[in-house]
Design a protein around this ligand. Sequence first.
Ligand code: ADP
Ligand code: ZN
Length: 768
Amino acid sequence: MSTSVSMNPEHRMGTPSYVRVLVDRVIRRELDYSVPENLAERVGVGSRVRVPFRDKSALATVVAVLDESNVEGIRPIEEVIGQTPVLSEQLLELSTWVSVYYCCPIETVMRSMLPQVIRRAEVGWKKQLFVQPARNIEAEEIEKLHKRAPRQAELLEAITKLEKPIRAAELLRQTALDNQTLRALVKRGLAELREEAIIRDPHGDEQFIATSNLVLNEEQTHALNEITQALDSPENARPILLHGVTGSGKTEIYLQAIRAALDRGRTAIVLVPEISLTPQTVERFKGRFAESQDAVAVLHSHLSEGERHDEWHKIHSGRARIVIGARSAIFAPLKNLGLIVVDEEHETTYKQEEAPRYHARDIAVVRAKIEKCVVVMGSATPSLESYHNAAIGKYRLVTLTQRVDEKQMPLMRIVDLRQERRKEKKATILSEKLSQAIADRLEKREQTILFLNRRGFSTSLLCSNCGEARNCPNCSVALTFHQHSLQGGSSRRGETMSGRLSCHLCGHTAAVPKKCPACGQDALIYYGFGTEKVESTVAQIFPKAVVCRMDADSMTRKEAYRETLRNFRTGKIDILVGTQMIAKGLHFPNVTLVGIINADLALHLPDFRAGERTFQLLTQVAGRAGRGETSGEVFVQTYTPFSPSIQFARHHDFAGYFQQELEFRERCDFPPFKHAILITARSAHQGRAKLSAETLKRRLKEALPEEFILGDAAPAPLEKLQGQFRYHILIRGEAIMRLSRLVRETLDKLPLPEDVTVTVDVDPYQLL
Ligand code: ADP
Ligand code: ZN
């Protein structure tokens, strides 16, 4: 489907004589320019402009419009990009906040806030030709033409019957006539072609089945009421944390809350983690608001530049009133924003791991404050930060304790791998109990999910003679052995060890050596295991079962993902083995068993969130079991059966878990009690990286008041990454804005060797 659009400016603008701009390339410096008369009409706060800068020209954003300026020798702006300002004043304010809080230049913020196609105005509208009659055409005229040129007459007849202009391509398809015929008619002055912009809609060809509101249960009704009350007086509303077990009907609440926002003439943003931005999710939202195809815009990282351009304009022009998207959709240029929903608010994919290193959930809260709108954060396993904010009254906590279908939470069984090891004398992949349970499911024709958060076949290749492991030459990690080519899909049994070694951090690959390259002995052993090995082990034990693996290696094609999910849904697959890709948000009624192959993987990372992540993961994965008629069972295999994350998850005891974890964090001055800033100095030259980190640490010691806890410059847990040596400095404190500013000032004054890069990560999630 395509829609034609008007590109006339709809905004009233003054006629500014001067503007103050932020040049993309300069850090935190505002410059004044004059505005030539012919451009004045189109300039306003939030406009993107091209300005002369030094001896070149540069892109910039207008932050203020001035009547006068006392800058001497002021120069005029060269060009205005777009017809109307691209940033609202609220978004401009937000960009400044992001830049200060996350300690990064405004240019980097602009890069996240505006898609490249808009920022630099490189891609335009897709234009298409529309046909209409050139004038009023009589029937005799067509008849006369018929004798000389029957095909032209036929086409002309079709054109005269049109109620409105039609796309030329569409007309030719309908009439089965060719372009030459059409051109001839135009030449005769009988038909007219007009160029019009059309929208590239990635979902344009799909039909969405309209759905209507479900009747909410008591808990849902209460939750929705809280949200609508907030919508009615957003000035005094606190952010709402919706803590509801998986399957408690949170999404239905979002849908009805959005409807309530639209009814009040407002717009809405829904953030979902990229990984759950699946066709099903999009369908649910498009379906509910199907009355107008344009109402819902979808933003994700797979859009083409052209599609991104069009979706952005659809939002900016006000035609789209709901935006659903991953992280960066928090910057969507909706006007009159009424509601922001952050689904699965605990997800770490909301944190961007490159500058600007922002957290979309936290930005949602700030944007809501600026725009005076309501923000709802939902999760079955809220982050400790959000839960703490609710506990101290900054957020309003709303809980859903029941599944909609009144299903029991699945039964969690802990398998002590230490005992298994004593029995088997080697690392267990499938314990006897889990094996039994799988066999039982196969018999009953029910499905199983096996979860292991590690790809590959063996996690390392060791020499049993000299102890040397095959490490990545660029990173300080062992290379993982992959048995299949990295595109393989379902299991192929009986294959020999013919694969390759690969680094999961930098992608380096190497052939598998026959002998140990260090000592020359034929003593190499494969050690540790990943999803590939689980898949092949399961296939060996259950030769009749259909086993499929779903991880980043087997799902390199986008269709592979959909295909596998469809096959699983329709029961063609008995056992699905996978990484976190399968842990999130998927609904499979016939899955009654979930096995967590090794719950300890995340638990022993040098990261203060390790326990929290394990708890969340267990709870989320467990939520996959027993959504249908039969209740589910979860087997958790672990070497540390008594760790709190595992025990609390086992009893579905959120409050208990949060309580003890918060005590631990407070005792150790970790978030959410203190903010953290992680500074990394890296260089291919180890000595210079180390020296720079140490110098920086000394300067920070001088600059920072006592209240901030300044750690030593120390090698990062992952000391070498992609050929670069890395040193960390961790700072903690409460007054984060002040700390950010002091860190930035200290860094600005510190000259660094050219080959040393320093990055600043505020509220870091990646501590390795
Ligand atoms: P969550 O987002 O909390 O995991 P969902 O909103 O996806 O839960 O709801 C789980 C299932 O229950 C969905 O299939 C949904 O359509 C259905 N559902 C939600 N609310 C209701 C309701 N009030 N009545 C009937 N079915 C509901
Ligand atoms: Zn590597």
